[in-house]
Design a protein around this ligand. Sequence first.
Ligand SMILES: [Zn+2]
Length: 299
Amino acid sequence: MDLIQLTPSAYHLRDGSNTGLIVAGGKAILVDTGLDKDSARKILRAVDSLGLALVAVVITHAHADHFGGAATVRARAHVPVCAAPLEAAVVANPLLEPLYLFSGAAPVAELRHKFTLAEACPVDHFLMPGEASIEGIPLQVIPAPGHAPEQVMIAGGGVCFTGDACFAPPVMLKHGIPFYVDVDRTAASLRALAGLDGSYLYFVPGHGEAVTTIGPWVEQNLAHLAAIRAAVVDALAESGEVSRIVELAAARMGVSIPNPVIYWLTQTTILACLSALQAAGQATLAVSENRLTWRPSGA
Ligand SMILES: [Zn+2]
């Protein structure tokens, strides 16, 4: 993990999943916790090395790679953990993540790995949108739903920690079809994020390097999202079966799905596109002869 001081009162703890510190008066708030106990230990060592007293943990969203270390940090540093209400439900009950990925059925073994099933962590306080202060450290809680239902960005010390609201372009291209639960809200959150350029000195994504200007990344994220949606529209013209739509959209995006977990993550994004198309009056669904079939509206 690389410890990078971005401003006099904010640090980027760069790792596979980024975390950050917002500091004031010798105290620090930790933004996200990384994947597991190992990430938690590295973070606590970094906080110690800076001579800071950790006073709270705030979670951007309840994906295992962002909160998997929360239980360890909470237990070792004796600090409260804060998350938006819906995300808090998953942090406290992490089985919900593999459960929703598997349509609510008892999750298969593949989904019980630490990448989709984190250690449970009690949540002490809910994060609400707007200005907040924890132990005298000011921060802003900025809603950014779309990648997760109630994701928030956390800003303080001149830095905005964006969670997975906006992907660094190399990360986005590596995923090909990133995980979204709501594509319309993702787009709205991205547009709002672009409006924050100039308000913060740095933007730290969940994965990748910090940048000083987020606008260009937002444009690339919006274009990529539109391409995925267009791929689903094209696939829908050819087939009404979700499995075939996943296959066609993945091919169109140049994606090769390597395993069942990535398949279910990808399928969620495709379902999010179909849901948005239905809401826009562009797609309908029906069950006939025990088959659920989607079709373009009017077809
Ligand atoms: Zn995420």
